[in-house]
Design a protein around this ligand. Sequence first.
Ligand SMILES: [Zn+2]
Length: 407
Amino acid sequence: MSAAPLSVNGRDYRWPERPIVVVCVDGCEPDYLNQAVLAGAAPFLAGLNGRGTCLTADCVVPSFTNPNNLSIVTGVPPSVHGICGNYFWDRESGAEVMMNDARFLRTGTILAALSHRGAKVAAVTAKDKLRSLLGHRLQGICFSAEKAREVTRAANGIDDVLGLVGMPVPEVYSAALSEFVFAAGVKLLQTARPDVMYLSTTDYVQHKAAPGTPAANAFCAMMDRYLGELDRLGAIVVLTADHGMNAKTDAFGRPNIIYLQDLLDAWYGAGSTRVILPITDPYVAHHGALGSFATAYLPAERIAEAGRRLAALPGVELVLSREEASARFELPADRIGDLVMVSERLTVLGSAKAKHDLSGLDAPLRSHGGLSEQRVPLISNARADGLPADRRWRNFDAFDLALNHLS
Ligand SMILES: [Zn+2]
């Protein structure tokens, strides 16, 4: 163990003096917390007024899970770490592939760096899709709630997680999958007592329930109880989110969808363009792979005209060229298409209508991906004195806040 500051990806981090827990609440639009506090469902969070820190931060656009979780654990945007979606067109292999493998990661994580310096580090994620990225080169504990039954000391740095947590393995589509993450965090703090812990939940509830609804408040109440336990166990807790969440429907509850591939096929002929939806992942039942961000590959002579036509569509907020998008959103230019499209708050972008299976949507569509889901909470149980009032906080400043500014 060393007390010297640790430099990771161009930033210095102070050594933790007491346990640090950074919590990434998937899809936690700030109003979920505000409404739960108003309803009296989150007494611990409410009680931080006066003793804690409450900021609002901007997440990375595309406001999706993987780019933001990786930004938080590396402290830098996707232009540096390389993960700009769940899914992308890999030009090298000429195929559409999931981006959930550590070989796509272009830089190390704060978690791994701390562990190599001798800190006890633990990372717990709800869905297994994030585990290999979050656990990249991490010497410590790293497992998912989804695969909690399969953990081994060799692969995950811990065994018998089920015995430790005392909960059965939850369904992948459930609020309990996130509860398992919190419960594991509390048990780990009581037993292994990591110096630094990262907990990342899943947005199953947020995709179905709007802020202030009974299911949303119940989720926040669950979270609030565990946050209170982490606080009582002496940890500095920083809560942030990977992205917000919004309804994407009309008043009848029908999703507002722009099927980009169908449009481009009609304009330029089938097979001449390729729409990629980086929200695509193996767990699509709750959003049908529909979000507010898309990218497209087109023949060079079509790019400018297609950009103008797409920008004129109702529901489209923004169309950017690759260069503009990589500069504005700090994205790796080689992993996005010729055009980037962002839709408005109530609208999502689809590929071809025939490619989306919406049969799993048992509630009106709520999703994310755009600028309208960029604002997220950045809250701590500890006080930060002397923060510059004009700083634009990002969710990937969570470790900077936790290690360098809180006491
Ligand atoms: Zn997410």
